[in-house]
Design a protein around this ligand. Structure first.
Ligand code: NDP
Length: 332
């Protein structure tokens, strides 16, 4: 019997596991967004008998969106949850073993890579594909939840099209906010960029692009307070800083409210072993899904701060399964 004690980063207490009860698999996939399910489709078709753990949010971020119109192969569009159900069914058709469970700790120090699910189930795998995604940050307003999918979005590329010719607001001052505001400016009548400070964090080039775009109005030192509307977002109430101690309430009329205040990549559980950037995105070898740990691959938004699209996530899931298959055939 072997005892190992990886640090459970979520709870910060050591976990003791008994390998006699461990399950041994060839290919373990963690995450059930487009990256995870695509990896499962490819891995099962390559006879790797993959086991996929879904995580808490089965289907990933797409299950929180309504219509998806930019995924090739769905000319009429499809809802996010339905598309993820299709991905799942396709993976199951080829024998992928899909289970509900949350990765709570990992130990990549040995030859077999170990991951603990729900604090008690230990899986030992020859190859691991991490496809745990990223979580968009929200401001924490009650009205954000109320209007989720009804005017509130955290992805302009996904949902901008629904606001063609309308007025929208983007919250944030980083590169994502600048990029999303300029993207939306090409579709919408007017874009308010709501910035909490009197400067943008975005790179100089992105700032210039924002300043040059005629239909973007920057609301400096504004912070959203609430959203209102009958059957969806019709406007926002903002707090405007006036001088050092004064504030005033400002009302804007908008149909769409886009959050661009950053994402949190879901990599905490693996950080003890896997190299990430400062934000927490897993670093992969350029042009591949390989991480710094041999036999551990990463796909989808957990390793992608730039594109974050369903189709790019699916593509990188395919890459990870092919990389895993090649790695496993070299192991023989
Ligand atoms: P960032 O963390 O860089 O920026 C987040 C922005 O949101 C900041 O302006 C921040 O304000 C603001 N913000 C955070 N919390 C709140 C809040 N509660 N209320 C109001 N505003 C808030 O995230 P990004 O997603 O923009 O970028 C992440 C990384 O990805 C960066 O390294 C970026 O450079 C990179 N990136 C690169 C792109 C490219 O090269 N094309 C495109 C997109 C991203 P404040 O400035 O006051 O902290």
């Amino acid at each position: 019997m072997e005892i190992f004690k990886p640090l459970d980063l979520q709870k910060n207490v050591p976990i003791v596991a008994d390998t006699e009860k461990n399950e041994i698999v060839r290919c373990l996939i963690i995450g059930s967004g487009p990256a995870g399910y695509t990896a499962a489709i490819y891995a099962s078709r390559a006879n790797l008998n993959p086991v996929l753990y879904t995580g808490l949010e089965m289907g990933g971020q797409l299950t929180t969106t309504t219509d998806v119109e930019n995924y090739p192969g769905y000319p009429e569009g499809i809802t996010g949850p339905r598309m993820m159900e299709d991905f799942k069914r396709q993976a199951e058709r080829f024998g992928a073993d899909i289970r509900f469970g949350i990765a709570t700790a990992a130990d990549f120090s040995g030859k077999k890579r170990k991951v603990i699910f729900d604090d008690n189930k230990v899986i030992e795998a020859d190859a691991v594909i991490i496809a745990t995604g990223a979580t968009a940050k929200y401001l924490g307003l009650e009205s954000e939840k109320k209007y989720a999918g009804m005017g509130v979005s955290a992805c302009a590329t996904c949902d901008g099209f629904f606001y063609k010719g309308k007025d929208v607001a983007v919250v944030g001052g980083g590169d994502t906010a600048a990029e999303e505001a300029t993207y939306l400016a090409g579709l919408c009548r007017k874009v308010y960029l709501i910035v909490r400070r009197d400067v943008l964090r975005a790179s100089k080039a992105m700032q210039d692009r924002v300043f040059r775009t005629w239909n973007i109005e920057i609301l400096w030192e504004h912070q959203p307070l609430d959203l209102f509307g009958e059957n969806g977002v019709e406007g926002a109430i903002l707090i405007k800083k006036k001088g050092t101690h004064q504030e005033e309430k400002v009302k804007i009329k908008i149909d769409g409210f886009f959050l661009a205040i950053g994402h949190t990549p879901n990599s905490d559980v693996f950080k003890q072993y896997i190299e990430t950037d400062q934000v927490g995105y897993i670093k992969t070898v350029a042009g591949s899904s390989k991480t710094n740990v041999v036999g551990v691959f990463a796909a989808g938004d957990v390793q992608d701060p730039h594109y974050r699209q369903a189709v790019t996530a699916a593509g990188s899931g395919c890459m990870a399964a092919i990389d895993a298959e090649r790695y496993l055939s070299d192991l023989k």
